[in-house]
Design a protein around this ligand. Sequence first.
Ligand code: DP6
Length: 359
Amino acid sequence: MAAEKWVYMVTAQTPTNIAVIKYWGKRDEVRILPVNDSISVTLDPDHLCTVTTVAVSPAFDQDRMWLNGKEISLSGSRYQNCLREIRGRAGDVEDKDKGIKIAKKDWEKLHLHIASHNNFPTAAGLASSAAGFACLVFSLAKLMNVNEDPSHLSAIARQGSGSACRSLFGGFVKWTMGSKEDGSDSVAVQLADEKHWDDLVIIIAVVSSRQKETSSTSGMRESVETSLLLQHRAKEVVPKRILAMEEAIKTRDFSSFTQLSCADSNQFHAVCLDTSPPIFYMNDTSHRIISLVEKWNRSEGTPQVAYTFDAGPNAVLIARNRKVAVQLLQGLLYYFPPKSDTDMRNYVVGDNSILKEAG
Ligand code: DP6
């Protein structure tokens, strides 16, 4: 086979993750090092995910990338840092069936084509960059035969987008902020796998799929510069909450889990309000969803549903079990009726059968 004829490719699928103790604020913007630890839950890979195909061929004359079918620039430092780190760890690759042999040293000269697709709204506060960079790093690591454990890969994905480091694992994941200047100890670790607490059902109510006005990156920069509440949160509040959340997850204590998740989401949005100029990620519908859940939890005596909102108005609702999830979905459909049948897409549920039961 003529050397320039072959293309070698790998496809990977990576789910997004939702933080229940939020990352908000960097101490190092270039290496993407956070001001506090965070904890997230990784979603079911079949629902909100990124699928990325990475290809290498001697016929490619430059690195190129397409996101949702549109070519994007790879010149930004986030992409460049991920590509450099992965190339630096590349190994020998041999595919005997296809007659392809790539030596470790060849990776510096070879160019890549990358096609990435999100099955959910990009940059609408549904952590698209988390799934995107995690999938990019994971697929490149497979393509280039990089032999590193997921925590080491998480430190590379972190340099693409902070929250991406947590999507290298399923289940409940903690991103330890670390203390080293080079960021080598700022990595994700799995707290519990996806089977540990599989009663939980996550429903995402897509309040708006419009692109947010203030990106997480610039929002958190402004919060670090101007919010006193952020300093207090990072130093005094989050360290204690992380310990309590680890315990709640370990013991499957839904009451503590709910109290901590809701309080942390509300404090994150309070930090946004405490930023100058203030940042408004939630809207009236988000606030109405919070009131609905709070009232329901109070009337039941014990919490049934936890809520958390990222940098956007969409609600992430975590029901304690399937029965509660069905009731929750019925409540959402009653109070926030979809305007048309196709608007049913506005509810993303962790399990399709829930939709059928509620319908
Ligand atoms: C509110 O990871 O998107 O979702 O590191 O600048 O890319 P960059 O920010 P990003 O911020 C996520 C913020 C958050 C909370 C979280 O996921 O922990």
